[in-house]
Design a protein around this ligand. Structure first.
Ligand code: ASP
Ligand code: MG
Length: 405
């Protein structure tokens, strides 16, 4: 008898027909003799709808009350899923995060899981029940309800799988798995049978968002092997696991384009120690995430000045420009400019470590398409370039063709 954790995302429980579909799938797994723990998200649109309601009242609602509010989304789904299982004749009990023993720190709206004591989950499983746990939520030692950050149901599933020492963790979503590129952009893209944690993290960071980033980091840390697959068909999905030697045979596992970035250039910054530090300290104090950074040195009228360009998430652009304007008197730069029409094209693969000439091949491919490269950054297993957003789709296709086919 195996213990299986199955997580169903918002679209997989998006209406009562979908919830009945989940109940059918769970019933089938259980009929094979296994113990099943189901983790569910709020029905799609529910969390956003609740956030919208609060914003109709005030732009900055209390974070404690937001957790109280948002936790209700998942609480609806666990009860409806239990009801659907009962209707199918299957014994099932729903549990809130707190009832499932999920203890978090007290950082409301983005709490971290501190420990899980799943005694109640085990007791209910041993009594023959399917146990349905609300994703995305927990409780502090003091009994305050918390949530784990957007997309946090993935984290609940991975963390529960670790705590329960589950034999299998399945993340059911509305796509068939992880693809070599977005199949809507690249018709020849194919589903990957497996991918390493690090590749999955780099792809997610590069804009190919299948799962919450933190949940993949957690899985890596605690060695939780999981499968991403569709709740709408029987196709096998993508297994995400520790890197194996044979994974290095493939140079590029995936290609992605992130059009959600914007570029800021601070021009004419005096080329002296401490200037860059001041820019990025001010940005980090404003909780703005900076992705790529490029600095050039130039001479202007005998004074050494430099241009510093960096990218931020598009929604942070206005805030970031204001921060830079605010330090203008102190920094004595000449101008700031912004560019929203950029895209970040990335190739990811652990095989890059043992193959040479990968960057050259990527740049040549873009050159032959007449696509200009604005900025470049690399890690051991990723190469990213900033290009014009209008070239984005063409670039993904060409680079996918060159490396993957
Ligand atoms: N309902 C939460 C959200 O929309 C958590 C989740 O779906 O994983 O972010
Ligand atoms: Mg989700």
């Amino acid at each position: 008898m195996a213990l299986i954790v199955q997580k169903y995302g918002g679209t997989s429980v998006g209406n009562t027909d979908r919830i009945k579909n989940v109940a059918r799938r769970v019933a089938k797994s259980r009929a094979e003799g296994d113990q099943i723990v189901v983790v569910v998200s709020a029905m799609s649109g529910v969390t956003d709808g609740l956030i919208k309601l609060s914003k109709e009242i005030t732009p900055l609602p209390s974070e404690r009350e937001m957790d109280m509010l948002l936790a209700t989304g998942e609480q609806q789904t666990i009860a409806l899923t239990a009801i659907a299982l009962h209707a199918a004749g299957i014994p099932a009990v729903s549990l809130t995060g707190a009832q499932a023993g999920i203890v978090t720190d007290g950082v409301h709206t983005k709490a971290k899981i501190q420990n899980i004591t799943p005694a109640e989950v085990h007791r209910l499983l041993d009594a023959g029940n399917v146990v349905i746990v609300a994703g995305f939520q927990g409780q502090t030692e003091e009994g305050q309800i918390t949530t784990l950050g957007r997309g946090g149901s993935d984290l609940t599933a991975i963390a529960l799988a670790a705590a329960l020492k589950a034999d299998l963790c399945q993340i059911y979503t509305d796509v068939d798995g992880v693809y070599t590129a977005d199949p809507r952009l690249v018709p020849t893209a194919h589903k990957l049978p497996e991918i390493s944690y690090d590749e999955m993290l780099e792809l997610a960071g590069a804009g190919a968002k299948v799962m919450q980033l933190r949940s993949v980091e957690f899985a890596k840390k605690f060695d939780v092997i999981f499968e991403v697959r569709s709740s709408l068909n029987e196709n096998p999905g993508t297994i995400v696991k520790e890197e194996t030697k044979s994974m290095e045979d493939v140079v590029v596992r995936g290609v992605s384009i992130d059009k959600n970035q914007a570029k800021i250039t601070v021009e004419g910054v005096p080329d002296q120690p401490g200037r860059a530090a001041r820019i990025f300290k001010a940005l980090s104090e404003a909780a703005i995430n900076v992705d790529m950074i490029v600095q050039n040195v130039s001479h202007a009228g005998g004074v050494r000045v430099t241009d510093i360009s960096f990218t931020v998430d598009k929604p942070d652009l206005l805030k970031a420009s204001k921060v830079i304007d605010g330090i203008r008197p102190d920094l004595a730069f000449t101008n700031v400019s912004t560019d929203e029409s950029i895209g970040k094209l990335s190739i990811v693969g652990v095989g890059m470590r043992s193959h040479s000439g990968v960057a050259a091949r990527m740049f040549e491919t873009l050159a032959s398409e007449g696509i200009n490269i604005g900025m470049i950054s690399t890690s051991e297993i990723k190469i990213s370039v900033i290009i014009d957003s209008k070239d984005g789709d063409r670039a993904v296709k060409a680079v996918h063709q060159a490396f993957i086919g």
